[in-house]
Design a protein around this ligand. Structure first.
Ligand SMILES: [Ca+2]
Ligand SMILES: [Ca+2]
Length: 509
């Protein structure tokens, strides 16, 4: 089918080659996040072990930096986690359009991250957890991460997207922290900021003795420890959470005055039915330090929903008075390479607490969460704010005046596109469209409505700015768009090279 379409495209290309812009290649289609769907959150890159932070009307998702690792013959290796030395961040106000904030170069031992690693003592940065707390009248942000299975570190910042610094110069939690002995894998942090301003850090995993059924059933490798008021120290000794069939992936949330500790159930041995292997189980307590009582499970292994399994990882959060779970599944890698090979992508679905306080089974799917609010196209919209896309990539930009860790869209080839869901143009309508671009070549941005082949309401001709990081705003007129539309920026041009880079765009009425 694809080959047939491509043949047809070639025929068109030959017929219409006299025109300066080529027809859109039918192969320019999304990989895994299809228009109308909200999952995965993104498909222009991967992202594992997601954790959420809600701040100022946006949800930020922090992820382990899954990146394809290749064999010497160019084929993609099974994920060996060797690339997990950064933390990826994306945020959204509406759960469809996600702004890519790039990667935080966390691990810094042995010149990792090209010498830019922030935590000079850490070799890895797995499975982040993030909290914010007002300290001395200022909002501070705390990013906890696992140095592989050997400990938990913390970075701090004044904004949810950095810049981040390492306040300790060493791990916050190690096996020698009081109460931590016996934790097989000291990783996978989760953090709770209680209503009284006290922080609690949850972590741990692994089975001390896999040949012993009692060790599988009660590994006693989960811990909770009270944090100091500064959130970067600990207060007292860690307490064991006796989570049955504990594997990894601590989660914590507070609902209706109760503390919900959740975790991934292990795969070893045989289990009683109430502890299904590879699913997310949960326990409840009246106290953040426990003791917790096992109540059930609420998120099946991704295999049940997406036909591709592997590990499970989750975080529960509240955003605009609704509960959600962010989790990962190997949906992008499955679409790209046929099998997941252990490479994961973030998803979000609704989570429901029943009247009795139990959690209903999550219905995970590709549809995800319907868009919560519209985008305002009359404010600067980062090009890396993406609802859906075909064929593009993002990279750190040298453009000035943007957000912290600003990115631009790149790898723009003929027929590639980016789209945002539900931009509200109002009743007066848009008259102009401008974009900040950089290129030594050029091409066009076709502004289309509601699909990549939808009505064309304007075309911005992008001409050379003298460099792929020499930035210039360019503008074109728009054929009066009103109302609410998904906006598609369809890129056209000739040649195989990146046509141009795109930093942001904005309409004016
Ligand atoms: Ca491309
Ligand atoms: Ca940008």
């Amino acid at each position: 089918m694809i080959r047939k379409c491509f043949g047809l495209f070639l025929a068109f290309a030959l017929v219409f080659s006299v025109f300066s812009t080529l027809p859109v290649d039918a192969a320019n289609r999304p990989l895994a996040k299809l228009p109308g769907n909200s999952n995965p959150l993104m498909d222009h890159k991967l992202g594992a072990d997601p954790y959420s932070l809600v701040y100022n009307g946006r949800v930020y998702v922090y992820m382990s930096s899954d990146t394809y690792v290749y064999n010497s013959d160019g084929s993609i290796k099974e994920n060996d986690f060797s690339s997990l030395d950064r933390i990826q961040v994306s945020s959204s106000a509406d759960m469809v359009n996600w702004t890519d904030h790039g990667t935080i170069p966390v691990a810094g031992v042995n010149n990792k991250n090209g010498g830019k690693g922030i935590a000079k003592w850490a070799g890895n940065s797995w499975a982040p957890a993030v909290a914010t707390k007002k300290i001395n009248g200022k909002d501070k942000f705390f990013l906890y991460f696992a140095n592989g299975g050997s400990g938990i570190g913390v970075l701090t910042a004044d904004s949810p997207i950095g810049p981040w610094t390492d306040p300790l110069g060493k791990a916050l939690l190690t096996q020698s922290t009081p109460g931590m002995a016996g934790v097989t894998w000291l990783f996978d942090p989760a953090v709770l900021l209680n209503d009284d301003g006290t922080g609690y850090l949850y972590s741990g995993g692994g089975i001390p003795n896999e040949s012993n059924p009692a060790s599988i059933a009660n590994p006693k490798t989960a811990r909770v420890i009270k944090l100091g008021a500064d959130m970067i120290s600990v207060n007292g000794s860690a307490t064991t959470i006796d989570a049955p069939y504990m594997f990894e992936d601590s989660g914590i949330h507070k609902y209706n005055g109760k503390y919900y500790y959740s975790y991934c159930i292990n795969f070893a041995g045989t289990h009683p039915a109430q502890y299904p292997a590879g699913e997310i189980g949960y326990m409840v307590s009246d106290n953040p330090m426990g003791p917790f009582t096992y109540k059930g499970h609420f998120l099946k292994n991704p295999y049940n929903f997406f036909g591709v399994g592997g590990n499970n990882h989750h975080a529960v959060f509240n955003f605009k008075n609704e509960w959600y779970v962010v989790y990962h599944a190997q949906t992008v890698s499955k679409a790209q390479i046929g099998t997941g090979k252990g490479y994961r992508s973030p998803h979000i679905n609704k989570l429901v607490h029943n009247a009795d306080g139990s959690i209903a089974e999550v219905q995970a799917n590709m549809a995800g969460v319907a868009q919560l609010s519209n985008i305002n196209p009359y404010t600067r919209v980062e090009a890396e704010t993406i609802g859906w896309q075909a064929g593009i990539a993002t990279e750190p930009t040298q453009a000035s005046g943007g957000p912290i860790s600003n990115l631009n869209v790149t790898n723009i080839n003929n027929g590639d596109w980016v789209a945002v869901g539900r931009a509200d143009f109002g009743s007066n309508g848009a008259k102009t469209f401008k974009a900040n671009v950089a290129t030594t070549g050029g091409g066009n941005i076709e502004v289309r409505l509601d699909s990549d082949t939808g009505p064309l309401v304007g075309t911005l001709k992008v001409t050379s700015t003298g460099g792929m990081q020499n930035w210039k705003e360019m503008q074109t007129t728009i054929n009066n768009v009103t109302g609410i539309h998904n906006v598609y920026l369809v890129f056209t041009g000739s040649g195989n090279a990146n046509l141009f880079n795109l930093d942001y765009w904005q309409f004016a009425s």
